[in-house]
Write a protein that binds this ligand. Structure first.
Ligand code: ADP
Ligand code: MG
Length: 700
């Protein structure tokens, strides 16, 4: 007899009061179901515990797990003002010091007398020290936790792993009694995964690490198959509404553009243009993704496609995620089109109502052939005379369902759709995220670009690095200084961007114009600072990753990144892509804390690999191998889709299987109308914005 529904607020569970419910909400846990699906991100396998004496003789840089009693704690300042929380742990074999740089607040969580399990690399720091990546306070009865596999959950300040673990443990059986299998048995058999209740039990209370992994795979399969069903349905709809426009290559505008380009197209650009034009001239509607690193020259490729539409008497629209980017695109197109005597229209929110009315009128009458704007262009208010091509930049902000429904809306004679993405994505992941699209890859950079030099420097060289920044600025260039996002849940003691901007402006660069943007700066102010930076009025821009997307300031030649270890490789690559866009040599500087301590460590090696690699696709593969769980830039940016359980480094077989299975299922039952699939459809509705609509959509 279930005492509650899985949809009930988590607060109804015993042991969860108002305060704790708030903490859980910060982790995204709002209902009882959320708690059940908040699975451990890692397990501590007690069979792998190293006696402390052995840990002390381990090689510097190697990972160890030890269990010991906390015999002392304290916070030490270091030379550079970074505060380090330190403890000494003891077991029967000896003592070892543990240090958590930058996390003095742990003083409140780790107390003398507690039994602690820690995992992390051995460092050399006044003798051997362990720098825990993870730690768990154990209950005393776990003193000899052999045979146990201890789940480690993501938590937030005010809620310990231990508290969360005991909360889950307390309610697990009750919650599981409410869980029913929802996937058809045939699907599960095909994938070779365990039933849902078993899977959930195994992830929270595993007998061994393999059982936990089997449980995770079941959950991963579920999210993959649901998403692949959505993609397969989108693809099916796209094929149904085949009323694509059949363009002809008239060689008017396109030939003129080719003749007047200030550069030679790269082989990759030529290949991509060919692929796109083949779609445009076919009677089926184009639904293609053009993927290419920042600076690979996507805009001119898109322009060719736009001109094909224009020379056939159709209109083409280029849409960007922000007004600033739209303006940037408009400027680029204006430059490239000048020799043809053509000019694109610009339509953005900050224009006056009168100006906007003029452009709208011209679009409706057909006088305007090329228009650049934000996504608002195709999301309603604008009527086109004859839209033949929609180019959508940075498409990852668009969910797959929205994409499919956009085409569906104009089923009669829908425009071709070309999506541009500057996030290189490995092939396996491209299938997962964009399985409904054809993909063109721009995997070659235009020649003659000055290479970006990437250097790793440490705090010892800080003064020199600042001097270098000043020299570049005095030579007329501009610089970015990037800090990791201010982490609200963990209150990491990293130098927050806001504090640093003030410090840099006052103490280091009092003679320069320093600007600041981060996530908590209101959008209007942020926009203003960005514009001033682009105009050269701000010389040093201190920022968090909010500048990642799209900003193009060719005059910026320095990208200084603080705490690069806190960024994913793909993210670092995106940041580095902000420089090297002009004629001058550019420099990316990764500021680590202490170079001598880091040498040879995996953390250092990854930065070194990054420093010598410029190829975005190669970095995307590295990032994939390194990360796994849905933290990938690509996955995170895939709009409403988030993969929580799928691990890209392990699940490519499951992904391929889900892809094929979904295709077959949709081919046989395009609206998933079979009675047995009702729970599956309901899940799609829960997980995907407009997901249900997608399955109800009836195509002409
Ligand atoms: P992306 O949008 O892919 O980041 P852009 O389209 O903005 O890149 O192009 C980056 C810069 O490279 C632009 O200034 C563009 O004019 C230039 N460019 C594009 N293709 C070539 C080429 N084949 N040779 C030289 N420069 C090019
Ligand atoms: Mg671009």
């Amino acid at each position: 007899m279930p005492e509650f529904r899985l949809d009930s607020p988590v607060q109804f569970l015993k042991g969860v009061g108002e305060h704790r419910a708030e903490l859980l909400a910060r982790l995204g846990i709002k209902t009882a179901r959320d708690l059940l699906y908040h699975i451990p991100f890692r397990y501590l396998d007690a069979t792998q515990i190293t006696p402390i004496a052995r840990a002390r003789s381990a090689r510097v840089g190697s990972d160890v797990t030890v269990v010991g009693r906390v015999i002392s704690t304290g916070v030490l300042p270091t030379r550079r003002g970074l505060r380090v929380f330190q403890t000494v742990l003891q077991d029967a074999s000896g003592l070892i010091e543990c240090g958590w740089p930058g996390r003095p607040f742990l003083e409140r969580s780790i107390l003398k007398g507690q039994l602690l399990l820690v995992t992390g690399p051995v460092r050399h720091f006044h003798g051997k020290q362990l720098q825990p990546r993870e730690w768990v306070v154990l209950a005393d009865e776990d003193e000899e936790p052999r045979g146990h596999v201890i789940p480690v959950y993501r938590v937030t300040e005010g809620l310990t792993v231990r508290q969360l673990r005991s909360l889950v443990e307390r309610h697990l059986d009750g919650l599981l009694a409410n869980v029913a299998e929802e996937l058809p048995a045939a699907w599960r058999t095909a994938a070779g995964v365990v039933p849902l209740p078993d899977a959930l039990r195994q992830v929270h209370r595993p007998e061994n690490v393999a059982a936990a992994e089997a449980g995770r795979r079941r959950l991963a399969f579920e999210e993959l198959i649901l998403f692949q069903l959505v993609l397969a349905r989108a693809r099916w709809l796209a094929k149904q509404s085949r009323a694509g426009i059949r363009f002809e290559v008239r060689r008017e505008f396109t030939t003129q553009l080719r003749k007047n380009l200030p550069f030679e197209l790269t082989a990759a650009q030529k290949r991509c243009i060919k692929e796109i034009v083949a779609d445009q001239t076919a009677p089926v509607r184009m639904n293609r993704l053009l993927q290419g690193d920042v600076g690979s020259g996507k805009t001119v490729v898109a322009l060719f496609a736009m001109l094909v539409a224009a020379e056939n008497g159709f209109q083409a629209a280029l849409m960007a995620p922000t007004e600033l980017l739209a303006e940037q695109h408009a400027a680029t197109l204006t430059r490239l089109l000048a020799p043809l005597g053509m000019m694109p229209e610009l339509l953005v929110g900050r224009m006056s109502p009168a100006e906007k009315a003029v452009v709208r009128e011209r679009l409706e009458q057909g006088g305007a052939r090329l228009v650049v704007g934000t996504h608002a262009l195709i999301q309603g208010e604008v009527a086109f005379h004859r839209l033949g091509l929609a180019v959508i930049d940075e498409q990852h902000r668009f969910g797959v369902a929205q994409r499919a429904l956009l085409a569906e809306k104009n089923a009669a004679q829908g425009p071709d759709v070309l999506l541009l993405s500057a996030t290189p994505i490995p092939r396996t992941l491209a299938l997962a995220l964009y399985g409904d699209l054809d993909v063109s890859r721009l995997d070659e950079m235009p020649p003659g670009r000055k290479a970006i030099r990437t250097a790793i420097r440490d705090d010892g060289a800080r003064a020199k690095v600042y001097d270098f920044v000043r020299k570049e600025v005095q030579a007329g260039h501009q610089a970015y200084i990037i800090y990791p996002v201010i982490d609200e849940t963990e209150k990491l003691d990293v130098k927050a961007a806001a504090k640093m901007a003030e410090y840099l402006a006052k103490e280091i660069f009092p003679d320069l114009a320093v600007g600041l943007v981060h996530g908590r700066v209101p959008p209007d102010d942020r926009d203003r600072v960005m514009r001033r930076f682009r105009a050269g009025e701000v010389q040093v821009l201190v920022a968090t990753t909010v500048i990642e997307v799209g900003i193009d300031v060719p005059n910026a030649t320095v990208m200084l990144i603080e705490h690069p270890d806190r960024f994913g490789l793909a993210q670092l690559h995106q940041l580095r892509g902000r420089i090297g866009r002009g004629a001058a040599a550019s420099h990316c500087i990764l500021m680590i804390q202490d170079g001598s301590r880091d040498r040879g460590s995996p953390a250092r090696e990854r930065l070194e690999r990054f420093a010598v690699t410029q190829d975005g696709f190669a970095i995307a593969e590295l990032d994939l191998a390194e990360r796994g769980h849905g933290e990938l830039v690509g996955a995170r940016q895939a709009g409403p889709v988030e993969f929580r359980f799928a691990d890209w480094s392990k699940d490519s077989d499951l992904l391929t299987l889900a892809h094929r299975l979904a295709r077959d299922v949709i081919a046989a039952d395009p609206t998933l109308s079979a009675r047995g699939l009702r729970p599956v459809v309901a899940q799609i509705g829960r997980r995907f914005e407009r997901g249900l609509e997608l399955f109800r959509a009836i195509s002409g």
